[in-house]
Ligand binder design. Structure first.
Ligand code: AMP
Ligand code: GLY
Length: 418
């Protein structure tokens, strides 16, 4: 099969790395890809958000299957457009990807189908939002409705901070139209875990749970990032919780989307908070998480191509997906300054040595005159698996020691922060 993966981060490198191991995949392409992805796939110069361009390229080059990994093209309807062109495509259609693209939609869905989440209200008028914040008091959470690069959420510890956030989103249009509607939520407490699951419209198969580390600095301090590292499985997520989540959250969500005429085919991301009252949904995403994907796919024993096809065909129930009975860790090496301003173009050393005891996924690199250089905020994800979580974490840090570039930044407490 000739297969195209859409995207360019560490997540897409992990997907390409896994697909390259499939005997069914004879030729692998990635658009636009990155320096590291070029080791396992042919990189194609089409932007991930260029829907007509991607469809035209896939048609012209006779792709048998396209895997759309990032949120933006999914929300824009890239899977719909590929299907209309007769090309089998993995990922939810736009009408299901909306569970990530609109927080107001996902909150309404959860309310209608009694899926446990934080209490909330939705506003399109600033004065009503401000009055509600005043009435509820702090702490309270203010969220822009639409996609805002993970920055549209403010967990406010005072009423003043919450009002300022709502004003910036609704009146000052800090996130453009994404903030014309805001969701204001009850503040929940508890450890957060991620459960990624394969879904085929009807059936949902959870992958091993994982845990991202979103803040930039040790001790969960500093600004939110795309994710500074992840582990799997998180010790806080017990088998009893997994069973409860399957019954109260995972299957009900897939059933709800089907009942609404929005069958979800793809990877669904359950961002969960393990509150004293039980697991609650913090957010849905319509795709693999990054960097959770890097750890979880490292634990997958089944051919990923078979799983992706089953999700598209609606036959997940006929597939016995196997996972290594091990633990995993991904340590993100980032550019100094990320998630704010950072410089690019620094040469990276030690990749080969690190690669002897880990798999180093490239998130933001470029190949310049035969030398890998930094080309993004998150640069690399050093990924390991081992019989125990402690060993996986220790091995990731040990392998990471070989790598260096100017201003390299990483957290020293991945796996020990919660
Ligand atoms: P989201 O983009 O919805 O995942 O939110 C980003 C982060 O904000 C989450 O990972 C949580 O740490 C935090 N957050 C979001 N909603 C809530 C909530 N209702 N209560 C407490 N923290 C929250
Ligand atoms: N790691 C969080 C996300 O992908 O949204």
């Amino acid at each position: 099969m000739r297969v195209l993966v859409v995207g360019s981060g560490g997540r897409e490198h992990a997907i390409c790395w896994k697909l390259a191991q499939s005997p069914k995949v004879t030729e692998l392409f990635c658009a636009p890809g990155n320096g590291g992805i070029a080791q396992v796939a042919t990189c194609v110069d089409v932007k991930a958000t260029d829907v007509p361009g991607m469809v035209a390229w896939a048609k012209e080059h006779h792709m048998d299957f396209v895997m759309v990994a990032p949120d933006d093209p999914l929300a824009m309807g890239m899977v719909d457009a590929l299907e209309e062109a007769g090309i089998p495509a993995f990922g939810p259609r736009a009408n299901a990807a909306i569970i990530e693209a609109s927080k107001a939609f996902s909150k309404e869905l959860m309310a209608k189908y009694h899926i446990p989440t934080a209490a909330y209200a939705t506003f399109t008028e600033l004065d009503k939002a401000l009055a509600y914040i005043e009435e509820q008091g702090a702490p309270i959470v203010v969220k822009a409705d639409g996609l805002a690069l993970g920055k549209g959420v403010v967990v406010a510890s005072t009423v003043e901070e919450a009002k300022q956030a709502a004003t910036e989103m609704m009146a000052d249009k800090k996130f453009g139209e994404s903030g014309s509607t805001v969701v204001i939520e009850e503040c929940m407490v508890g450890p957060e875990v991620t459960v990624l699951a394969f879904a085929d419209g009807k059936h949902v198969v959870p992958m091993p749970a994982s845990q991202d580390h979103k803040r930039a600095f040790d001790g969960n301090q500093g600004p939110n990032t795309g994710g500074m590292g992840a582990i799997s499985p998180p010790p806080q997520y017990t088998p009893e919780m997994a069973k409860q989540c399957m019954e109260e959250i995972f299957q009900p969500t897939i059933d709800a989307l089907q009942a609404e005429g929005r069958p979800f085919h793809g990877v669904i991301y359950f961002g969960l908070m393990l509150t004293p009252k039980g697991p609650r949904v913090v957010e849905y995403n319509a795709r693999f998480g990054d960097p959770e994907c890097q750890v979880v796919l490292s634990l997958l024993d089944t051919d990923l191509m078979d799983v992706l096809q089953a999700c598209v065909d609606g036959t997940l129930d006929q597939l016995d997906i196997q996972w290594k009975k091990e633990a995993g860790c991904v340590l993100v090496l980032a550019s100094g300054g990320y998630p704010l301003d950072y410089k690019k173009g620094y040469p990276i050393s030690g990749l080969e040595e690190a690669g002897k005891t880990s798999v180093v996924f490239h998130a933001g690199t470029a190949l310049k005159d035969g030398q890998y250089v930094t080309n993004g905020g998150r640069v690399l994800g050093v990924t390991t698996t081992a019989p125990t979580l402690e060993e996986a974490i220790a091995n990731a840090y040990e392998a990471g020691k070989h790598i260096s570039f100017t201003d390299m930044h990483f957290r020293t407490d991945i796996g020990h922060a919660f």
